[in-house]
Design a protein around this ligand. Structure first.
Ligand code: SF4
Length: 381
């Protein structure tokens, strides 16, 4: 078989596998509100509504690249569980099902393990994430998702709301643990978010504890708003100002935030700007290549000339070693964790320390050959 045909076969298989996996583990996602829906609705209600209820309308927008990214995430999740489960007692894909205000909720917890302690077993919940960024950074939506899961587990613990298979009758959590694992745990619950980056870096965030009543009330109010948005995604509230996930949102092309008035006047400037940006991109690539080649030249040359400058008619150059000092959220987290702060307390410290610059005008352009909207100018930081 030609390599190109084989590539298509693999791509089609990944697409089919993704559909099958979603149907088997999550069912029809339009029929209930899940923990991940609430996490995205907490960021942008409209974006979450479009993702949830507008999938058919937007499904051509889901690129193979996105599917591949999800597939890699599932493969990573599988690998993590395969490594953990021989050593601990645990359940994958724990489902918690409950009704609030006539709305069905179904939360799927990636992995729940029972950890042995002096006075019995406690419960650890894992929400596994794979990040496309170089560093496995914690996102706000991950924290919302694990917290809402912990809240539901805590709240419905003694009610027949839990199962690990679609055909299984619902049981209380202690009963399910007894049936599946032969253990009844204490009601001591903690949550963790393992994040793996595509650059093979790994971090675990936590520990998170079940949040208070107020958090639950806010989430259930959000759930009602999201549910009602299903009938009118266009009317749902959307996030104002800069929001990193807009670039990945399938509802961007008709989002009011990106609404555009059709005018011809500034198009000449835009056209020129586009050419300038493309030329800069080429020049920057060229600059990088040239600098790299001079560095290599210098490194070879210093074997014979020592660490002197190399002088040419146009100028002289040498290569020096430099590094800069910087702080990362992960290192601060680790340090605060070492002195005994909980994941929740660390989140609060980091949130408290955030400084925001003065709002400034920024130009955000969506080029018409890359997206469906032409341009947007907004105020915000
Ligand atoms: S484009 Fe941005 S603001 Fe609009 S719905 Fe999507 S995430 Fe929300």
């Amino acid at each position: 078989m030609e390599a190109l045909k084989m590539k298509r076969l693999i791509e089609d298989s990944i697409r089919a596998h993704s559909r099958k996996r979603t149907a088997e583990t999550l069912g029809d996602r339009r029929l209930y509100i899940g923990a991940s829906d609430l996490a995205s609705a907490n960021g942008c209600l409209r974006g979450a509504a479009v993702m949830k209820f507008g999938l058919d309308e937007y499904k051509t927008e889901l690129s193979f690249q996105n599917l591949l990214s999800m597939h890699r995430g599932h493969a990573m999740e599988r690998g993590l569980f395969d490594a953990l489960l021989p050593w601990v007692k645990g359940m994958e894909q724990l489902t918690i099902e409950f009704m609030v205000s006539g709305i069905k909720h179904q939360f799927h917890l990636d992995l729940v393990i029972l950890r042995e302690e002096d006075n019995g077993f406690s419960v650890d919940v894992f929400e596994n994430k794979t990040s496309r960024q170089d560093n496995p950074e914690l996102q706000d939506s991950y924290v919302t998702q694990i917290k809402v899961q912990l809240a539901a587990l805590d709240r419905y613990w003694d009610t027949p709301s839990f199962s690990v298979r679609n055909d299984q009758k619902k049981m209380s959590f202690p009963e399910l643990c007894r049936v599946e694992l032969g253990i009844v745990p204490n009601k001591v619950i903690e949550g963790f978010v393992p994040v793996t980056s595509t650059k093979d870096k790994f971090e675990v965030y936590g520990e998170y504890l079940p949040p208070d009543e107020e958090f639950w009330r806010q989430m259930m109010s959000l759930s009602r708003q999201l549910y009602n948005s299903s009938f009118l995604p266009g009317g749902a509230k959307f996030v104002r100002g800069f929001y990193a996930l807009c670039d990945f949102c399938p509802g961007q092309f008709n989002c009011p935030k990106f609404s555009a008035v059709q005018v011809e006047t500034p198009d000449k400037t835009l056209k020129t700007l586009k050419k300038v940006e493309e030329a800069i991109e080429l020049l920057v690539t060229e600059e990088k290549k040239m600098k790299e080649s001079l560095k290599q030249y210098y490194q070879l040359a210093t074997k014979t000339i020592g660490k002197a400058h190399i002088e040419c008619p146009t100028g002289k150059f040498r290569v020096i070693t430099s590094s800069r000092e910087y702080y990362t959220k992960e290192r601060i987290r680790q340090s605060l964790g070492k002195i005994g702060l909980s994941g929740e307390a660390i989140d609060n410290v980091l949130a408290d320390a955030v400084m925001r610059s003065e709002p400034s005008l920024r130009l955000n352009i969506v080029w018409s050959d890359k997206g469906k909207k032409k341009s947007e100018s907004e105020k915000g930081g």
